[in-house]
Design a protein around this ligand. Structure first.
Ligand code: CO
Length: 214
């Protein structure tokens, strides 16, 4: 069996297993999705959104890109946020980064990898913003860990500043933004305490989250 045949065989077994447990599982899902969560994470193959937080198909709406970056003009990510908030009415938006992120490390080392350097420039902007506290860190691993954390906090802030989330808060829709980070070494998610459910919480939560990781 070649590797692609293995995937199709895995799929057949997976589908059968789920239908054995709940015969109408796919039928129900085919008619609607109403996920409570939007996950914005890294494309890294080691951080699969559904699995790490134990959610089934239908329970989490997902956007992933290299280094979980939220850019104010990225129509792809903004469209996911807009559809998630306005149409699916998710209650929580989770930006989940991870330690040992190849994108963050490449940005930190100023590596030249091609087109992606332009994308990772956003992470370098985060690094420059925190040049003073990051400059005090000596070990490269420690520096990468702090930059991974600060990148999550900054990207969660960017989510809060989108017109989509701002408009949702203005009309009183309940939607909160959270910053989490996943450990490749132990499979555990750490809450960076960047949780914001209202506009007035933003400045305090952001300052506290940054102070906690600096
Ligand atoms: Co990554």
């Amino acid at each position: 069996m070649n590797s692609l045949e293995r995937l199709l065989e895995n799929n057949r077994v997976w589908s059968e297993t789920i239908r054995r447990q709940q015969p109408d599982f796919f039928e129900v899902l085919a008619h609607q999705q109403s996920p409570e969560f939007l996950w914005i994470g890294c494309s890294d193959s080691r951080v699969p959104a559904n699995q790490v937080v134990g959610l089934k198909p239908g329970e989490v709406f997902v956007h992933r890109n290299v280094a979980n970056v939220v850019v104010h003009t990225d129509l792809n990510c903004l469209s996911v946020i807009q559809y998630g908030v306005d149409v699916l009415r998710v209650r929580h938006i989770i930006v989940c980064g991870h330690y040992g992120c190849g994108g963050v490390i490449a940005a930190m080392r100023n590596q030249k990898l091609g087109l992606i350097d332009n994308w990772l420039r956003h992470v370098q902007d985060v690094q420059e913003k925190y040049a003073a506290p990051l400059g005090k860190i000596t070990g490269e691993t420690q520096l990468a860990d702090r930059l991974c954390e600060l990148n999550v906090i900054e990207q969660a802030l960017n989510v809060c500043q989108t017109t989509v989330v701002q408009d949702a808060w203005t009309r009183g829709q309940e939607v909160s933004v959270h910053g989490w980070i996943y450990g490749l070494q132990n499979g555990l998610v750490r809450d960076l305490k960047m949780s914001i459910g209202h506009r007035h919480e933003l400045a305090t939560a952001y300052a506290a989250a940054v102070a906690a990781v600096e």
